[in-house]
Design a protein around this ligand. Structure first.
Ligand SMILES: [Fe+2]
Length: 381
């Protein structure tokens, strides 16, 4: 679960309802604080699921919950209410950690704590990635709250600083898939690295469509008049690194004038996704809209994600520290960029060569919720 779970931080000021602009609607609110019964209600609401299915969480901006004198206390609910395998994964922080499930090594990163290359999280990430044994966990899936690649106006380029700091490291170690939330809509990216199509880059998926009191995000940054301004989309942690594109169709511009080529499919519907790992090289990702009746024909988006270890050589564990340069991890082995868009219907196979392995050995279901507790599900009166 990739953050923003209860919105308890706004409950006392908005009554559980979202507002288009929090600071505009509540200019005198000293703090967003936190309403703990909201967390309790959410826990009871989720119990039937979490009592049977293990759940891993990572913090979002609505878990910051600044409290106390001047907001000095942050993340108190997140830290007190969840147990995550930090120690087991060599992390000394509950804000970033990793774990294995089936054939996947999951990496949960913190976007609201130091992500710079001089910081503890980056150092831990380097060590964690070097330890991954692809014979045990062929797949590496990373998750954090705000997306790096996002063509919606909402939160556009908001965490560009984090991308610039960490993207090179994830790329060099062959991270296969990245899940994020924060944007209240669905979007799946083509394989991309540093805003250029790259068959060795991760598949980024924004699955922030679990349901939200602030409504669905519908505007795209490339829609006429919808390109955010420089004062929009400042992160609640870290610096602002907004940039104009230096190459491609959007060269010199902050926003594209059409759906960017790295954005494969986007839709403003609430829903959920299921990742099925078929074997060491094939995984099936399926996204469902909430408004569709559940069934075989209710697919909103579906693709096969294909690992190509022969095409995209991984950084060896014996190498020295990773840098964030933008070069292919295996020079000459990164094929030319390819489009891998798909719409509803039969899943498309995303690969640039190779072969099918249909000897399914392991199937792992992972339901990803970027769930936000609905304001009407357990309202406080
Ligand atoms: Fe968020």
């Amino acid at each position: 679960m990739v953050g923003d779970m209860t919105y308890a931080n706004q409950y006392r000021t908005t009554g559980g309802r979202g507002v288009p602009c929090f600071s505009c609607s509540f200019p005198d609110a000293p703090l967003r604080e936190s309403y703990q019964p909201r967390w309790d209600g959410w826990g009871r609401f989720m119990e039937s699921l979490t009592s049977r299915i293990p759940m891993m969480v990572i913090e979002g901006n609505h878990e910051i919950e600044p409290q106390g004198h001047g907001g000095a206390v942050t993340f108190a609910s997140y830290l007190a209410r969840f147990a995550v395998p930090s120690e087991e994964s060599g992390s000394n922080s509950k804000f970033y950690y990793s774990f294995n499930a089936g054939g996947i090594h999951f990496i949960m990163l913190g976007a609201y704590v130091d992500y710079n290359q001089t910081g503890a999280q980056y150092s831990w990430l380097q060590k964690d990635l070097r330890k991954v044994d692809r014979r045990v966990t062929p797949w590496v899936v990373a998750a954090w709250h705000p997306p790096w690649y996002n063509s919606y106006s909402s939160h556009y380029q908001e965490f560009e600083c984090m991308r610039q700091s960490m993207e090179g490291l994830l790329y060099q170690h062959g991270v296969d898939i990245v899940f994020s939330g924060h944007v209240h809509a669905y979007e799946r990216m083509n394989r991309v690295f540093n805003y250029a199509l790259d068959p060795c880059g991760p598949v980024y998926i924004t699955i922030g469509d679990g349901g939200n009191i602030e409504k669905i995000d519908i505007d795209h940054a490339d829609d006429p008049g919808k390109c955010p301004g420089p004062s929009d989309n400042h992160p609640e942690f870290g610096a602002v690194c907004h940039l104009n594109f230096t190459s491609g169709p959007a060269k010199g511009m902050f926003c594209w004038d059409r759906q960017p080529e790295w954005s494969a499919f986007r839709e403003s519907s609430f829903g959920h996704g299921i990742l099925e790992v078929v074997n060491s090289t094939y995984a099936l990702w399926t996204w469902h809209r909430n408004q569709d009746a559940y069934g075989e024909d209710s697919v909103g988006d579906q693709i096969y994600i294909v690992r190509q270890p022969d095409k995209c050589s991984l950084q060896q564990t014996t190498t020295t520290s990773a840098s964030s340069d933008n070069t292919c991890p295996s020079e000459g082995k990164c094929a030319s960029p390819m489009s891998n868009s798909s719409r509803s219907g039969a899943p498309k196979v995303i690969r640039s060569g190779g072969y099918l392995l249909w000897n399914a050995s392991v199937v792992i279901w992972m339901v990803l919720f970027s769930f936000v507790f609905r304001g009407d599900a357990c309202s406080h009166s």
